[in-house]
Design a protein around this ligand. Structure first.
Ligand SMILES: Nc1nc2c(ncn2[C@@H]2O[C@H](COP(=O)(O)OP(=O)(O)OP(=O)(O)O)[C@@H](O)[C@H]2O)c(=O)[nH]1
Ligand SMILES: [Mg+2]
Length: 354
């Protein structure tokens, strides 16, 4: 069932508010390293916040940053446990500019060994990505490309105003496998049986097997209730289709200078930890579903540690893909009680209410 997150613990850092060392000290057992000021975007303004004792003494999640090659091998050798499916299809879903396309491009870069914008990345007030596009991840080696069983699917961003962004109806149509490759989304033209290329009876291999929500750590305070409601609606309906969801917190390099300088400190960063707590509250999911990533944005070369964190995110996603395949062999119990008919009748709600 769709869970709601408890309110944030007392003493949480709220970006833009004064820092309270005593409460933090109780909670996180510091003293810790010091760092200077942090610029945090809040709505349209950027505030300068003094941040002391930014790093925890030890990581709160263990990541071995020296196992990049082993992780690449592990993802390359992954095979779906479901006989009728040869590739895991993962849909990236999130607000405009959150870093969906960047994540796809970054994972592609990990496997090709150089930074490339495979999925087109851009900046726009409405979604830069307009089409539904699947990107099979291939490993580049000396003897040519080697396919992996991972396909990352890009889609339009979720909007925050009337008739902007992806609608609930279209999200569900994509997840059910009805969307033709290259379909151009249009909030006032729902994806339906008459749409050119509409996949009428999608097989298990054409459906989406896991949804990865993508949220931007620098905007976590400014998404607002509308976006929270959008996520709640989405999570209820997607859960009802039996599709598991995880979340990626992007732009962690932009909220924590220590992490920007050294990505291996990501799980020692209190700022990242707090942003993850806020992401959990926004998405209505437990923190255990959420992983931080730093996408390639301005770099020309890949970096082993950044790659490792991206590969950990892919592995995290694949665990939930496997849960979906396991569930396929067992009868699915409706979780929210929403019927397909109800989904259709509320299909225009998402863009309007977001
Ligand atoms: N520093 C930094 N920049 C990022 C990160 N992820 C994405 N970006 C930047 O954020 C901007 C938007 O990224 P996109 O990947 O296009 O975002 P999107 O979610 O696909 O956006 P739409 O297609 O418009 O919905 C680009 O300028 C990226 O370079 C990150 O982890 N760190
Ligand atoms: Mg995009």
């Amino acid at each position: 069932m769709f869970s709601t997150m408890a309110s944030l613990p007392e003493g949480s850092i709220s970006f833009g508010k004064p820092y309270i060392p005593e409460i933090q000290a109780d909670r996180f057992a510091i003293p810790l390293e010091k760092s200077p000021f942090l610029c945090v975007s809040k709505g349209e303004t950027v505030e300068k916040v003094k941040v002391e004792r930014e790093l925890l003494e030890s990581s709160w999640r263990e990541v071995d940053f020296s196992v990049q090659e082993a992780l690449v091998d592990s993802v390359t050798s992954y095979k779906p446990s479901c006989d009728s499916v040869s590739e895991a299809r993962v849909l990236l879903l999130g607000p405009v500019g959150a870093g969906k396309s960047s994540f796809i491009s970054s994972v592609h870069s990990v496997f090709t060994g150089r930074v490339t914008n495979r999925a087109m990345v851009g900046t726009s007030s409405t979604s830069f990505t307009q089409k539904f596009q699947s990107f099979p991840i291939r490993r580049r080696g000396e003897s040519g490309d080697q396919p992996t069983a991972v396909v990352l699917c890009d889609a339009m961003g979720l909007g925050t105003g009337d008739m902007t962004g992806l609608t609930l109806h279209d999200v569900l149509a994509v997840i059910k496998g009805h969307a033709p490759e290259g379909h151009k989304f249009s909030p006032d033209q729902a994806l339906r049986a008459e749409t050119v290329g509409y996949v009428k009876k999608p097989s298990a291999r054409e459906k989406i097997h896991c949804v990865a929500f993508v949220v931007d750590a620098t905007k976590i305070d400014s998404y607002g209730k509308g976006m929270g409601f959008t996520f709640q609606q989405l999570r209820q309906h997607i859960s009802d289709l039996g599709v598991h969801q995880v979340a990626l917190l992007t732009h962690v390099d932009q909220i924590c200078p220590e992490t920007a300088h050294d990505i291996t400190k990501v799980y020692r960063s209190r700022l990242v930890q707090h942003a993850m707590e806020k992401a959990a509250a926004l998405l209505g999911m437990s923190m255990s579903y959420i992983v931080p990533v730093k996408n390639y944005s301005c770099e020309l070369d890949v970096d082993e540690h950044t790659n490792t964190l991206l590969l950990c995110a892919v592995q995290h996603i694949l665990q939930y893909v496997e849960l979906y395949f396991q569930d396929l062999t067992e009868p699915r119990v409706s979780q929210s009680g929403f019927s397909d008919a109800l989904c259709r009748s509320t299909s225009v709600g998402l863009a309007k209410t977001a």
